[in-house]
Design a protein around this ligand. Structure first.
Ligand SMILES: Cc1ncc(COP(=O)(O)O)c(C=O)c1O
Length: 433
């Protein structure tokens, strides 16, 4: 049977800059995260351990790490999970949503940290994502969000992946496959309470739950729905969905159907609709240190896990009348000092012109000209200490200054979720542990 696509996150650790080179480093994908630091033994200036991964598989390379990278601070991820655990009642379980490479942070390191911090389930979107985690040795409960097609179901049974079901045909087919495999497969019934994407309509959920219960080879372990609007100030529709969910649950009770795991909340719901937390919450963006919107409740101490950084690759001195880059989108009206940063829209940075900034020496350096595929330019005239190879932050903190995910999202004309997942794999990931 075919196995999942390989995930392009390696750790053959060619390192540069402030990180020392270490040969024969084992791949952290195959290690428990508690071992990662000990195995790699590369030390960052702040004393923390770094694990460097390369974006694509292939032969070991001796080339230096690219001077533009995504930094993932697993210590912050751990702390965020701790704060989330303190914020919720003890009996509410956490399911960590690690789809789309853990929202761009790397599915495996995020998954491992989540499990070590007490998550009882992980959730993914595609079969390939789930099988990739199985192939890397994760034996925990994995829930596949969304609906599965018929040809995917045998793989779900084989790899012990828990499916969301919302169609009688899926129930019957999965039941058949489970019976043939001589096993009893747990399923979660997905209810449409107003999102109108996946799920059986809440008024019809009782009947489908009964069909699942009548299938001996299936066990109705969970019932879930998904909020369409949980992180906005107006909770009217979210509360209507909550009421519909309760209506469906009451109908199951009337039919003497007991369900162990009822779950409705994503991060926005977890923060602002505590009455809807039920038995489990499904958290994606919050443990990564990003609040889903500007209006939802804050948990003090939660911090972003991802930063994007680059080193100054060149410095140009402009005279009045000189322009910068393609299309000459910026022309100096006075003498300016311009730093070239070696990342661009080919790395996922928004393709803007004369908008946005980088942090250099803890100060904002405005972006000038247009963003190219592999480079962008910032004005460092007001940062005289800035020099070649200095570190610049495109997203994250430097000293007291910060460029938030939401600020980058504004540049991109999009949302934080899109920004986190948009950084391309050609940017190496560095893990701080
Ligand atoms: C069904 C479902 N539950 C939970 C989540 C997690 O959402 P969030 O990242 O806002 O916590 C998602 C993410 O899209 C989802 O699709």
């Amino acid at each position: 049977m075919a196995s999942g696509q390989p995930i392009n996150w390696r750790a053959d650790v060619p390192v540069r800059g402030n990180v020392q080179r270490k040969e024969n480093v084992r791949n952290p994908e195959t290690l428990p995260s508690s071992e990662i630091a000990a195995e790699t033994n590369v030390r960052a200036p702040g004393g923390c351990q770094q694990v460097v991964t390369e974006p694509s598989p292939g032969p070991k390379t001796t080339s230096p790490l690219r001077p533009a990278w995504v930094e993932i601070d697993l210590r912050k991820l751990r702390r965020n999970f701790e704060l989330i655990h303190q914020d919720k009642p003890n009996d509410v379980q956490v399911l960590a949503v690690v789809k789309d490479e853990g929202y761009g942070h790397g599915a495996l390191p995020v998954a491992r940290t989540a499990l070590e911090c007490g998550a009882s389930f992980l959730a993914l979107s595609t079969l390939e994502e789930a099988i990739a985690l199985r192939d890397r040795g994760l034996q925990c409960r994995l829930l596949l969000l969304g609906d599965r097609q018929e040809n995917e179901l045998p793989f779900c049974v084989e790899h012990e992946l828990t499916c969301c079901v919302s169609e009688p045909r899926t129930v019957d087919k999965l039941g058949e496959l489970a019976a043939r495999a001589g096993t009893r497969v747990p399923v979660h019934l997905k209810i449409n309470t107003g999102m109108n994407r996946y799920g059986v309509l809440w008024t019809e959920a009782g009947a489908l739950a009964e069909r699942i219960c009548a299938t001996k080879s299936l066990a109705l372990e969970g019932v879930l729905s998904h909020f369409a609007q949980s992180d906005e100030a107006d909770k009217t529709f979210a509360n209507l969905q909550y009421a519909r969910f309760n209506e469906a649950l009451a109908e199951m009770t009337r039919r003497s159907i007991a369900v162990k795991l009822r779950h409705l909340c994503n991060s926005g719901g977890f923060l602002d609709l505590r009455h809807a937390q039920f038995d489990m919450v499904r958290l994606g963006i919050l443990p990564l240190g990003v609040f889903p919107s500007s209006v939802c409740r804050r948990i003090p101490g939660i911090e972003p896990v991802m930063s994007v950084k680059a080193r100054i690759a060149a410095i140009q001195s402009l005279q009045p009348g000189d322009s910068v880059g393609y299309g000459m989108r910026f022309t100096a009206t006075s003498r300016r000092r311009i730093a070239v940063l070696p990342l661009g829209y080919g790395d996922g940075f928004p393709r803007v012109r004369n908008q946005g900034c980088a942090l250099i020496h803890g100060q904002r350096a405005p972006l000038v000209g247009g963003v190219a595929m592999d480079a962008l330019t910032v004005d460092i005239t007001d940062i005289p200490a800035a020099q070649l190879w200095d570190e610049a932050v495109m997203m994250g903190r430097q000293a007291a200054a910060e460029i938030s995910v939401h600020e980058v999202a504004k540049l991109r004309g999009s949302v934080s979720y899109d920004v986190l997942t948009a950084w391309r794999t050609r940017l190496p990931r560095i893990y701080l542990t």
